[in-house]
Design a protein around this ligand. Structure first.
Ligand SMILES: [Zn+2]
Length: 274
């Protein structure tokens, strides 16, 4: 077996790879050892996942959704205490109260004095609406897309080799594994439902959807080229669409227009979702 990112033999690798990080609440979608070698597993956790999870959006969205990390802790949100112009970390205490302290690197004494010298104050905690179109977001979504494709093929004999040898995937896999500073791989991004929206289905209590995905194949319009494959991912209600075969979204944009802007994740349902 070979690693889908570096193409080296992954014999002896022991790490499972979470397609969506555990810190975003994923306990189900996991690639068995070998699909991603131990070296790439470590690199991706450090260089691809951590920059997104520790970004302002990553922290505040996890805080809002109350999703705890591997150690069972909900990460602090980043806020602002304008009176002392201090960036603050906002923690959710066990009793449901908020606890705040100056973010490391801020002038803590100045912040504490300001708090102590007033009986009232205002604290801003910006809502996590959508992450920016950035290098960190693109690489994070690219990693999920490659692994979502692999997950589809786990039980298909010969498909590890197929994915590893597919040259059309090289540009994206190298973007994840090696990076390309300055290149923001285009992603179609929009919110399709509120992060805390409750879904219902017959026979089950209402539930939240933390993440979901599917693969959309769009046949070539002139039949001379191969179909294009897009991975459609939703995390906390934000939809991300990425092309597995190159940084071009034109065919997807045409598909979207032809389908009245409906999300592919809900295209076959009589849903009110866009
Ligand atoms: Zn590898």
């Amino acid at each position: 077996m070979k690693c889908i990112f570096c193409k080296s033999s992954s014999r002896g690798s022991i790490s499972e790879e979470h397609i969506i990080p555990e810190s975003l609440g994923n306990t189900e979608h996991i690639l068995p050892p070998g699909w991603v070698c131990d070296g790439c597993n470590n690199y991706i956790a450090r260089e691809v996942e951590a920059p997104f999870l520790n970004s302002w959006y990553g922290r505040n969205s996890r805080f809002e959704m109350r999703v705890s990390n591997k150690r069972g802790k909900i990460p602090p949100a980043t806020g602002l205490y304008p009176r002392s112009r201090s960036k603050v970390d906002v923690y959710l205490a066990d009793d449901g109260h908020l606890a705040i302290c100056a973010t490391p690197g801020e002038n803590e004494l100045h912040f504490v004095r300001s708090i102590q010298s007033h009986t009232h104050g205002t604290l801003f905690i910006p809502a996590a609406t959508e992450p920016p179109q950035s290098y960190e977001t693109s690489r994070f979504i690219a990693k999920i897309a490659m692994e979502a494709l692999a997950e589809r093929c786990i039980n298909m004999p010969g498909w590890n080799k197929e994915i590893v040898e597919k040259r059309e995937l090289d540009e994206l896999r190298n973007y994840v594994r090696r990076g390309k500073p300055g290149l923001v791989w285009p992603i179609h991004k929009r919110r399709i439902y509120a992060a805390n929206r409750l879904f219902t289905s017959p026979g089950t209590p209402p539930y939240e959807v933390l993440h979901e995905w599917d693969i959309l194949a769009i046949p070539s319009s002139d039949n001379s080229k191969m179909a294009e494959f897009y991975v459609v991912i939703a995390i906390f209600g934000v939809e991300y669409v990425i092309n597995l075969g190159g940084p071009d979204l034109d065919e997807y944009k045409k598909w979207l227009k032809a389908h009245s802007n409906q999300s592919y994740l809900y295209a076959n349902q009589n849903s009110a979702l866009i």
